[in-house]
Structure formats: C-alpha cells, structure tokens
Design a protein around this ligand. Structure first.
Ligand code: P1T
Length: 383
C-alpha cells in the first residue's frame, strides 16, 4: 500500500496527483493551456504528453486526485457529467443491450437514455432501486449495466450499493453509481462493490458554481484503459482551466461537506415542523425508507433536501420566488444555497415518463452560509 493511500480523506484531496512542479516548485499544478507538445524526434514524448485531447498535465493531476478520493485505480475527467455518462454507456454497452435505470434520477440522465441512446438501440427499464426484488425481476440476459443514483435527484431515494453490486455481478453485468449527491467524502461506492463511479463535478467537487465538468472512476485497470480509449476517441474531455477549478474545489471538500450536512440538518428540523410543508425528503430522517441503508453506507446525509408544500404547484412556485438568500436556479453543491422547482426546471424532461416528479415539490441545495440566515430566509419564503 502506498503512503498516499493510507492518508486520510482531506490529505488525499489536497495532495493526490499534486506533487510540487518539478521545474519551478509551484505548489499548485499549473494550468497547462496548451493543445500540443514538442516531440524529441517522432514519437519522443516528454512525460507521455502528445495532444491535449489524449492527455494534459493539469487534467492528469485532477484524474489522479479523483482516483484517490474515490478509492479507485483510474480517474477520467470530462467536459460535463453527461459527457462522462455518455462515454461510459458507449464503452460498456452496444445496440440491443439492456440497462436498468432508477425510478428517480436527474432528468438529463433520463433524457440521455430515453432520447439519445434508445435511438441507437440501447434498451432501458426504470426500476425503483430500493426494491431489490424488482431489480432482480428486471434483469434480462442482455442486461449489461445497472445505473444507480443514490441519493437520487430530486427525491433523495436510497439504494443499497453492496446489494445492487451483488445482483449485477450475479447477472454478469456492471454496477455504475452516480455519486454526485453524496460526494466521495460521504460515500465511496467502489469500496462497496460498484464497478464505476460517475460524478457531475459541476456540483460538490467543484463546489463554487463556477465550472461544468464530469468524472468516471473505476477500480479495474483494464476497464479504465477501455474508458480512456473511448474518452480520447469521443473527445468530451475536461479542459485545463476547468480541470484546475475542480482540483481547487476538491481541496476544501471535506470541510465544505461537514457544513453542508449540519446546515441541511437544521433546515430539515425547520421544514418537518412547518405547517405549510406536507413531506420532507431527507435520508437523515429516521422515518425515511432508506435511512438504515444510508446510515450504513454513508458517512453523513448530505446537503440536499426536498419537500412538498400544502398549496400544490402554485405554492411551490411562490416559495421558490419568495426566497432571497436561497437563489432560484438549477444545479447544486456550491457554497451558496439554491432553491428550485424540479417539475418546471431540472426535471422538465421527465414530464409524462415513469420518472415524473410531483408538481408541489421544491428542492434545496443547502449551502454553507450562516445557518440562522438560511433559516430566516426559508421561514419568510414559506410564509
Ligand atoms: O450537468 P452535468 O455536469 O452534465 O451533470 C449531469 C448530472 C448528473 N447526475 C446528477 C445527479 C446531476 O444532478 C446532474 C446535473 N444536475 C443538475 C444540473 C441539477 O440541477 O439537478
């Protein structure tokens, strides 16, 4: 075991892949804003770099850090979360194959399966992944992948990663986990038996709402090579500036997640006792159906909270519009708190599908501001 792999999470987040620059001693990896690298004679590469779609030193630093914090052997950084998912699907699936997808998931992920890959012959079945019998029943001889999001976006559903890995492997399939909501600080799916972890690094890993990016991390080197081949062949790579921003964000992930979790717990306390709120979705609540599994596989319950309001869709929209400190906007996982209406915003693309979300639902990304200010803003918004 390398010295680095025995280090704690925060140490790896700050140092993995980030030795001081050999030439200058720069403590932070420089932004290599360059497309091509001088060769010392044909094929004479210095340090393996040839062309920045194939590899770029700033991206390599991020990819090594991602592998370390997710406890994998290979990390790959993409231009967005959806670019990462697309590359994964094109690597492990072919026309005629079948994928099990969650009954609740990010709308754009569903759209990628239903409107893009379905056209190319990839079949999919939405299944509530908390129901393991339903997952077993949905397996077909052609099932190549179980695609899992836990916690789910936006209903904070929980799936048992270890149990799903066992089902997938028993069927000769792979388990991929979208770990965006939890972040590797709270959950490391590869250690629970998953084959692939995917991130929208736009969210907690970047952490400051200033970059769009994606990642894949795997525990099997051969699968890592296949994904890297497709990453280069398809081309949806993270650029050097974006890689640098995500790498900088990761350095503070541990302290940010602690505050996201404690602020979210206070917000959940307020919401559960508020007369205008009919239901609160948060895996930290003891009566959440996935609470025990979440407590087993997560090291905290995260900063995402959803709730339903008494007055239906019009009230949900009004709450979103009255909030001030909670900024009305899509995305999540940044230091600033966000509020949104999934039915009309992030999940508009699942309207009319099995994944449709309730119209009276409001989703919060609880940021790391002073909690009293957040609670006052929510009280005012709820009326
Ligand atoms: O936006 P992008 O970086 O391509 O990532 C897509 C994605 C994948 N998985 C999850 C769980 C996500 O939440 C997202 C993006 N989600 C939003 C933009 C949102 O507001 O929910």
């Amino acid at each position: 075991m390398s010295e680095e792999s025995t280090h704690g999470f925060a140490t790896r987040a700050i140092h993995a892949g980030q030795e001081p620059d050999a030439a200058t001693g720069a403590v932070v990896p420089p932004i290599y804003a360059v497309s091509t690298f001088k060769q010392d004679g044909v094929g004479g590469l210095r340090g393996g770099y040839e062309y920045s779609r194939s590899a770029n030193p700033t991206r390599t630093a991020l990819e090594e850090c991602l592998a370390s914090i997710e406890r994998g052997v290979r990390g790959l950084a993409f231009a967005s979360g959806l670019a990462a998912t697309d590359t994964l699907l094109r690597t492990v699936c072919a026309p005629g194959d079948h994928v099990i997808i969650p009954g609740d998931a990010y709308g754009g992920t569903y759209r990628l399966f239903a409107r893009v890959h379905a056209k190319w012959g990839l079949e999919y079945t939405p299944v509530p992944l908390g129901d393991l019998d339903a997952v077993r029943a949905a397996i077909r001889p052609t099932t190549k992948l179980i695609w899992c999001e836990t916690p789910t976006n936006p209903l904070l559903g929980i799936a048992d990663i270890a149990a799903l890995a066992e089902i997938a492997h028993g069927a000769g399939a792979k388990l991929a986990v979208d770990n965006t909501f939890a972040s590797p600080y709270l959950q490391t799916p590869l250690e629970l038996g998953a084959d692939i972890v995917m991130h929208s690094t736009t969210k907690y890993l970047g952490g400051h709402s200033d970059v769009v990016g994606g990642a894949l991390v795997v525990s099997d080197a051969a699968l890592g090579d296949e994904l890297a081949y497709h990453q280069n062949a398809i081309g949806g790579v993270a650029g050097p500036f974006d890689s640098w921003l995500v790498l900088r964000g990761i350095k503070t992930l541990a302290v940010r997640m602690e505050k996201h979790c404690s602020n979210a717990a206070a917000v959940v306390d307020l919401l559960t006792s508020h007369r205008n709120v009919t239901h609160v979705f948060y895996p930290g609540l003891p009566d959440h159906p996935g609470h025990d599994v979440a407590a087993k596989q997560m090291r905290g319950f995260g900063g995402m909270v959803s709730f339903r309001v008494v007055g239906g869709e019009s009230d949900a929209l009004a709450v979103c519009e009255r909030a001030k400190l909670f900024t009305l906007g899509e995305s999540l996982g940044g230091v600033e708190s966000l509020i949104e209406h999934p039915g009309r915003m992030t999940h508009a693309s699942v309207a009319g599908s099995e994944l449709e979300v309730p119209s009276d639902l409001v989703r919060l990304s609880v940021g790391i501001e002073d909690v009293d200010d957040l609670l006052a803003d929510l009280r005012r918004a709820l009326g």
